[in-house]
Design a protein around this ligand. Structure first.
Ligand code: HPA
Length: 274
């Protein structure tokens, strides 16, 4: 079996052949964030299947790309499309690209997703800064032998989402006249949406948002010492007493609206990281 370090190195070498800069930031673009990718001064957009050891796509229509270039003059790598646990990948597979981004040099990871709103104060298409998380995936990407040269066996989770970066995000939102709330994100395995009883439980457990991604990537980024900033777009409301069937077309439309807000906010934040 090839060890993890060697796999990471082989992936990095393939990317460096197309783009030989050192990224400052790694960006994971979730549902509805396509507009942001267009703002990147792209030097290389590498299909995932061309990067050694990236998971093989199960759905051809979902094939993603690693976009390498600059945003506001800051060198970055952006994942256009991510891997989800519900697709059948292991969490080690799901998070392999984060390890690669870190090894290319990225010190900060910016995560975005579409999520259900558990806090009744939220409105559809709100952008929410993730201040903490609860892992209900029933699995962990750090499970198994630990490579001490990549990170510690028992990584600390006092501040999984960097408070200083959240403060920067707040300042940038204020400058742009955008409203930015914050909340606790709960990760579930999916792929089904929650039952009324589950939404009620998640709220009582302390969740403000629920989604099927982000937490594995955050855990691996923290394992490797990256600073993490995460945003959710509220695409549907998980209010048990007012629950309506979720229409995926509607979710995508709302994600696109929230995505426009993030497409203003994220470049400004990234400019501050350069
Ligand atoms: N639940 C879980 N994941 C989600 C939801 C939801 O309501 N909305 C978007 N992703």
């Amino acid at each position: 079996m090839i060890d993890l370090q060697q796999k990471i190195q082989e992936a990095c070498e393939a990317i460096s052949r197309e783009w030989d800069r050192r990224p400052t930031v790694g960006l994971v673009l979730g549902t509805g964030l396509g507009g942001l990718a267009e703002q990147i001064d792209t030097v290389a957009a590498i299909p995932y299947e061309e990067i050694p050891h990236f998971p093989e796509s199960t759905a051809p229509s979902h094939a993603g790309r690693l976009v390498c270039g600059e945003l506001n003059g800051v060198p970055l790598v952006a994942m256009e499309g991510r891997f989800h646990f519900y697709e059948g990948y292991t969490l080690a597979d799901v998070t392999f690209p984060v390890r690669v981004m870190r090894s290319l040099g990225a010190e900060t990871l910016l995560l975005t997703n579409a999520a259900g709103g558990l806090d009744p104060e939220y409105r559809l298409a709100d952008v929410v800064a993730i201040e903490d998380h609860i892992n209900l995936l029933g699995d962990n990407p750090l499970r198994g032998p630990n490579d001490d040269s990549l990170g510690p066996r028992f990584p600390d989770m006092c501040d999984p989402y960097d408070p200083a970066l959240i403060a920067v995000a707040r300042e940038c939102a204020e400058e742009l006249g955008l409203s930015l709330s914050s909340g606790v994100f709960v990760a579930v395995a999916g792929p089904n949406l929650e039952t009324r009883a589950e939404y009620r439980m998640l709220r009582r457990l302390g969740g403000d948002l629920v989604g099927m991604s982000t937490v594995p990537e955050c855990l691996v980024a923290r394992h490797m010492g990256m600073r993490v900033l995460g945003f959710s777009i509220v695409t549907d409301m998980g209010l048990p007493d007012e629950l309506e069937p979720v229409d995926i077309e509607m979710v995508l439309e709302v994600a696109g609206r929230g995505g426009q807000t993030l497409a203003e906010l994220i470049p400004r934040i990234i400019a501050r990281l350069g």
